[in-house]
Design a protein around this ligand. Structure first.
Ligand SMILES: *Cc1c(COP(=O)(O)O)cnc(C)c1O
Length: 471
């Protein structure tokens, strides 16, 4: 399988070449040249496979530069009941007639990002060993991504993680999750500033090409194709659990921010998995909902990005969206460039409302969308507790609300559970008056010794710290 850039760069690359890269050289995102197709015979063969074997089957359609036995071993080592809590890895439970929750958040950091990041950690270790190379991952986090990356890379050979976060601005639980890691290859850097300062530092360091090369700086951000590919697997696993045979359609609702998770659903659907509808659930930051309602994609300024109670969906610009739009415009790289480079550069928006491709988007690609507010979130959390004795986190609550707006008779609706409620305890307390239960392994983590350095919001200070710790 070869990979191309959404912006038309002539080079074609293999999987392991793009694994350690971020954007394509022309600023585009990597996508496979085509989507491998599955038919009912393949689905029949895959139904009932353990999760790790299903992952191997799907990944091997996209990865032909890792020996099959090695890839199989990587999948087997990643998706274990020890790491993800159950034999099913992503168990499905029926909440009410036809509405299901797919549990993706029982990994080490209690958010769905572990599903992809744990695989990425093992792929990185494998590929770096093969090349005899090292990588220093530099990132910025306000919560879920940073901890998922650290738990995936801890103790891995050839990898160090330098994770910046805004000092004192994460929830105490999220902070404790990260700072209690004592592994030598994990470096927590608390920055005196806000999340945007952290992101600016990462950008400034990455733009210093000399430094970047000398210290082999890389990222694990959500545009990484391997992360997206890993997420395709749980759409298949959810489908098999929600149906008894392979000719029935299923719909999915996906709490969305950077469009990575739901883009994986799009890929599964393009492969031929019978998905009827993909519902994009947003919070008050409704860039994506606005697009699917109107055809206008309007990037928000930082000042217009609301701080909400489903904070992992607080985005102003969805970094994976370009992948979907590439398919939407018929994989025409020239047209894609005119939208994402010219129009977004000039006016911060593009408009497909008059385009026949957009008007067919819901029909051809199955997309629908909804938006929720803080009040909706609280109401859904209360209602789900009262009627089903089930606690959901604020992001999953946004999903449930959206799902109910797009139910179709006879079509199971699977809502992806993107985090466990304990990660967002303050909102649960606001809704219910009490804290959610905490998995035993996280009992008392706030009191553990912390491994963190505090630095000013200054890229030079961060560079000096990296240089000191890379020998
Ligand atoms: C990252 C995250 C999301 C958003 O996922 P995207 O792939 O960025 O769309 C939603 N919910 C939670 C809990 C997350 O951590």
């Amino acid at each position: 399988m070869n990979y191309l850039s959404t912006r038309g760069h002539p080079d074609r690359k293999r999987f392991c070449e793009i694994l350690l890269e971020g954007l394509a050289p022309d600023g585009g995102l990597y996508l496979p040249e085509h989507y491998p197709q599955v038919d009912t015979a393949m689905l029949a063969k895959w139904r009932g496979l353990p999760y790790a074997e299903l992952a191997f089957e799907i990944l091997s359609l996209y990865i032909d530069d890792i020996a099959p036995a090695d890839l199989k071993a990587i999948c087997a080592k990643t998706y274990t009941p020890e790491v993800f809590g159950t034999d099913e890895i992503v168990p499905l439970r029926e909440l009410e007639d036809g509405v299901y929750l797919e549990a993706l958040s029982n990994g080490p950091t209690l958010a769905f990002k572990d599903m992809a990041m744990q695989l990425l950690g093992n792929l990185f270790e494998y590929e770096l060993a093969r090349r005899g190379a090292e990588l220093n991952i530099l990132g910025a986090t306000s919560g879920d991504t940073g901890s998922a990356a650290e738990y995936a890379m801890r103790g891995k050979k050839g990898v160090r993680v330098f994770m910046t976060s805004p000092d004192g601005r994460m929830s105490p639980f999220q902070q404790a999750q990260m700072f209690s890691l004592q592994d030598e290859n994990i470096h927590n850097i608390a920055i005196a500033g806000v999340f945007d300062d952290c992101q600016d530092i990462v950008k400034a360091v990455s733009n210093d090409l000399g430094f970047k090369r000398k210290y082999r700086i890389g990222t694990v951000n959500s545009i990484n194709w391997a992360r997206l590919l890993a997420q395709v697997v749980y759409y298949f696993a959810g489908y098999f659990q929600a149906t008894a045979s392979n000719d029935k359609p299923v719909s999915f609702t996906v709490p969305s921010g950077n469009f990575g998770n739901v883009c994986a659903g799009h890929v599964a659907r393009m492969m031929g998995l019978p998905i009827q509808t993909l519902v994009v659930a947003t919070n008050e930051n409704d860039v994506l909902d606005e697009f699917f309602r109107t055809g206008i994609y309007r990037v928000r300024a930082a000042a217009d990005t609301h701080e909400t109670s489903s904070p992992s969906m607080d985005i102003s610009k969805a970094s994976n969206f370009e992948r979907f739009v590439f398919d939407l415009v018929g994989r025409d790289a020239g047209k894609l460039r005119s939208l994402f480079v010219d129009d977004l550069g000039r006016q911060g928006r593009f408009d497909l409302s008059g385009d026949p491709a957009f008007r067919q988007a819901a029909e051809r690609f199955g997309f629908k969308s909804s938006r929720s507010t803080h009040a909706d979130r609280l109401a859904t959390i209360r209602d789900t507790d009262k009627r089903f004795a089930t606690l959901v986190d604020p992001h999953t609550a946004d999903g449930l609300k959206a799902a109910r707006e797009h139910l179709a008779p006879g079509v199971p609706m699977v809502v992806l559970e993107t985090a466990l409620p304990i990660k967002f305890a303050a909102t649960l307390v606001e809704a219910l008056g009490h804290e959610p239960a905490r998995p035993a392994r996280f009992e008392g983590i706030e009191a553990l010794p912390k491994r963190v350095v505090r630095l000013p919001a200054d890229a030079e200070a961060v560079k000096a710290y990296i240089a000191q710790n890379c020998d």
